[in-house]
Design a protein around this ligand. Sequence first.
Ligand code: PEP
Ligand code: MN
Length: 332
Amino acid sequence: MILHLKETTTDQRAVGIADSLNAFHFKRNATNVLITGSGMKEVPDSVQGDVEDSWIFENDIQLASKKYQKEKREVKIGNTIIGGTTNSTMLIGGPCSVESEEQIRESAELIKGMGLTTLRGGCYKPRTSPYSFQGLGLEGLQLLAKMREEYGVNIITEARDATHIQEVIEYSDVIQVGAKAMYDQGILRACAKTHKPVLIKRGFGTTLKEFVQAAEFVLSGGNENVILCERGLRTFETNTRFTLDLCGVAWLQEHTNLPIVLDPSHAMGYAYGVPGLSKACVAMGIDGLIVEAHPNPKVAKSDASQQLDFNEFKNLLSVLEPVANAVGYKMI
Ligand code: PEP
Ligand code: MN
C-alpha cells in the first residue's frame, strides 16, 4: 500500500508512522510518501487522520504501477529528458567494453559526431567465464570520465557487483545494472540511495514481476530515476543468443510508469540481426535503444559477434528515424 500523508503531518511524525507500520518513507516533492508491503489492505485506524490519499495493490508492483501514477516517469540523463511525454527514443551507443583510450575516444567521437548524447561502455564486465576479459575496472571509468569532459557525452556504465558500486555511481551519469546483477541486493540498495538514473536490465530468466520488483527496490529508497531494459530471454532456441521479449515490453508499457529501453544487440548476439530488430524495437514507441558498436568488432574483447562497426551504426540512425516518426516518436 502507498500512502500520501497530509501537508499538516510533520516530517517527524511521518518518520514515526513509517516506523510503526514498518514502511518505506521518502519525500516526493513536498509530500511524505509511505510504502508498506502489499499485504496491508486497508489504512490502519491509527493513521487515518494523517492520510491524504492511499493506493492498495494486489502485489508488490507499487511505485512502478500505472495504478499509482498513470503518467510515464521522466528521467533526466545529463541535460536530456527521456520518458514522460517526450516521445523520444534515445539511441545509446558504444562498445561492450572499454578497452583502451584510443578505442573509447573513437567511440565518443562517433557519438558526438552523430549528434547523439550518450556513450555506453562497460568497465566491470560480468563475464560467463573467469578466463575472458573482465574489463579495465577503475582505469576504464577514468577513461569514460575523460571522454565526458572532452566531448560532453553522458556516460552509462555497469556495476558487476556491490564491491565497486560506489565507484560506478561516482563516475557514471546512468548506472547500468546488468542482467546477471539485477538480483544483487547490494547494488540495488546502493542505487536506491543516490538520485542518479539507474538502468536495470532484465535477467534472461526473470519474470516481468521479478523485474519490476527489482525496480521497486530502487524506487522505494527514494530514487525515482529508474529505467527498465529488456535484453532478451533464454529459450529453447540456440541459433540466436537470446529471444527478445517484445510481448513483455507491451506488458510493461501497459502496466508500469517506467521508461523502457531495448537492447537488441545482446538479444540477437549477431550483428546481422541488429538493424532489423532495432526497427522492430523503435516501432514499439520506446524511450531508448542500446546498440553495441566497436571501431573494429572483429578484435573486440567481449561480445565481438554482435557489435556493429561504425558505418553500420551511422546507417542505423537514418534507418530508424522514419520508423520512430511513423509511431509519433523522434530519435535523439
Ligand atoms: C552488456 O550490456 O554489455 C551486458 C553484459 O549485458 P547484459 O547484462 O544484458 O548481459
Ligand atoms: Mn555486451
